[in-house]
Design a protein around this ligand. Structure first.
Ligand code: NOJ
Length: 529
């Protein structure tokens, strides 16, 4: 593992649903020991840092984002010792581990909330946001629009409403209470002491509420997050905070502060525009959003992704674009949820290997550190029969044995039935598989830090179907050409890019003179020789 405190700028991340990754004890649920068994695989893939989805005890009404105990692990996933042992084993291989830190809300089964709702005079009453009326904060949008009618829920016993930005079973903590602020710093300390390398901080725009605002991105929120960062910086240098703020780039920018708030932030708006680019066969939406993305401090980094455990969110597009995306990518109503699409990468791209590779080419070469969602490296499918977002959280497909080698017991959810064909073992054995292409992309990206933190420049080639740009760092310039269209394209490149090049993925040579011919959805990562 490098000692470099800026490691995250060049890292490739891998997101794991612990429940769905690998079951080591036959109870049908993935667990921490299961991940440990699969570290060889993750090392072969070449990822630098794992992001584990929530493993805290939880009634699982929001898949663990509803926490009932912040300093424990749900027995279904293992013990604190198992976690420490996984972290050590991962570190020994140079792989870091970050976990979810859910600051904004708890489960309604958390003892704080149980005490809070038991009595208006409970010392825990002030841990949550209570009100006599549900007319406060009316300018605040509802996030889970399919299920929640209000951000307030009436409590029969104490006859007040409590505030929640997500499910009613996830009451928001009251960050105006200094005790809450301190409790959450203690939570961070607990896990950092256990050895985690940082946190993906969930739902951070919503920590505070103020009348007359939309209760998002408030100045008080930044003050608190800076405190959390200062605490980490002072005690755990090199450990990171990754910001989940599903917002426009200019609204995410303040979460980096002056390099004293978050180390990283998801770039939500670029994601749907990659899918738009592939359908429209045009690069302009990507170019537009990156051009309106403010620059960030030197010690910060964007985090890019194609898919994750949630719906493919369409919050960061216009209503017309959202409608269009639904029509294009979610033709059946049950593929839609809230403001998004509950499908996985491969089925979204028609299981077309060329499109899947092209989307990954963009992911791995545009600015930011990429996150791969477990299973997308083998082109795993989804199951739209399952409720909520569970259809994209199905068991990992390891091999062609029963239950795809995920468990010897009864899997917590049905395995996607294409597993005899789509599984890790088969793809590791097959040198031309999607797995090996992704592995090669990761390897190449790590060999050339220009992809991680080099400058990026669009090359104007007078052909909207092509996304052409350079990434350069310390005298090394890499040229990336992506053909977004289903038809062959010719690209004319400026004279300064002419000459002999090596294709870093295919390991072939190309001579660029006046123009270059590209196959449908072809991409090339080129370096001058
Ligand atoms: C964002 C998480 O990604 C999502 O899965 C969860 O439902 C909400 N935050 C609430 O914690």
């Amino acid at each position: 593992m490098t000692n470099d405190n800026l490691w995250y700028k060049d890292a490739v991340f891998y997101q794991i649903s612990v429940r769905a990754f690998k079951d080591s004890d036959g109870d049908g649920y993935g667990d921490l020991r299961g991940i440990k068994e699969k570290l060889d695989y993750l090392q072969t893939l070449g990822v630098d840092c794992l992001w584990l989805m929530p493993i805290y005890p939880s009634p699982l009404r929001d898949d663990g984002y509803d926490i009932a105990d912040y300093s424990n692990i749900d027995p279904m996933y293992g013990t604190l010792d198992d976690f420490a042992s996984l972290i050590n084993a991962a570190h020994a291989r140079g792989i870091r581990i970050i976990m979810d830190l859910v600051l904004n809300h708890t489960s309604d089964e958390h003892p704080w909330f149980k005490a809070s709702r038991s009595d208006k005079n409970s010392p825990f009453r002030e841990y949550y946001v209570w009100s006599d009326t549900d007319q406060k904060y009316k300018d605040t949008r509802i996030i889970f629009v399919d299920t929640e009618k209000s951000n307030w829920t009436w409590d029969e016993k104490t006859e007040q409403y409590y505030w929640h930005r997500f499910y009613a079973s996830q009451p928001d903590l009251n960050f105006d209470n200094p005790k809450v602020q301190e409790e959450m710093i203690n939570v961070a300390r607990f896990w950092l002491d256990l050895g985690v390398d940082g946190f993906r901080a969930d739902a951070v725009p919503y920590l505070f509420e103020r009348e007359g605002t939309n209760c998002e991105n408030l100045p008080e929120t930044h003050i608190y997050l800076k405190k959390l960062r200062a605490f980490m910086e002072a005690n755990y240098p090199g450990k990171i905070l990754l910001c989940e703020a599903n917002q426009w780039p200019e609204d995410v920018r303040p979460y980096f502060g002056d390099g004293d708030e978050f180390h990283m932030g998801f770039h939500f708006p670029i994601m749907p525009r990659i899918y738009m680019a592939l359908k429209k066969e045009r690069a302009d939406d990507m170019i537009e959003i990156l051009s309106r993305t403010p620059s960030i401090p030197e010690n910060c980094q964007w985090c890019t992704f194609l898919r994750n455990h949630d719906e493919l969110t369409l919050e960061m597009v216009t209503p017309e674009e959202r409608q269009w995306m639904w029509e294009q990518y979610a033709p059946e109503p049950r593929m839609r949820i809230n403001l998004g699409i509950r499908r996985r990468l491969a089925p979204l791209l028609d299981n077309d290997r060329r499109k899947i590779e092209l989307a990954n080419s963009l992911l791995f070469t545009l600015p930011g550190s990429p996150i791969v969602y477990y299973g997308d490296e083998i082109g795993m499918g989804d199951n739209i029969e399952l409720p909520d977002r569970n259809g994209v959280r199905t068991p990992m497909q390891w091999d062609n044995s029963a239950n795809a080698g995920f468990t010897s017991g009864r899997p917590f959810a049905p395995v996607i039935q294409n597993y005899p064909r789509i599984n890790v073992a088969g793809q590791v054995d097959e040198k031309d598989s999607l797995f090996h292409t992704i592995r090669r992309m990761i390897e190449t990206r790590k060999k050339y830090p220009a992809f991680g933190h080099g400058a990026m420049e669009w090359i104007n080639v007078d052909n909207p179907a092509l996304a052409v740009y350079t990434r350069s760092l310390q005298g090394i310039t890499l040229l990336v050409i992506n053909n977004l269209s289903a038809s062959p394209q010719k690209v004319s490149l400026p004279a300064e890019l002419h000459g002999g090049h090596v294709n870093l993925i295919a390991e072939t040579r190309t001579k660029i003179d006046m123009s270059l011919d590209l196959q449908p959805y072809e991409y090339r990562w080129l370096k001058r020789i």
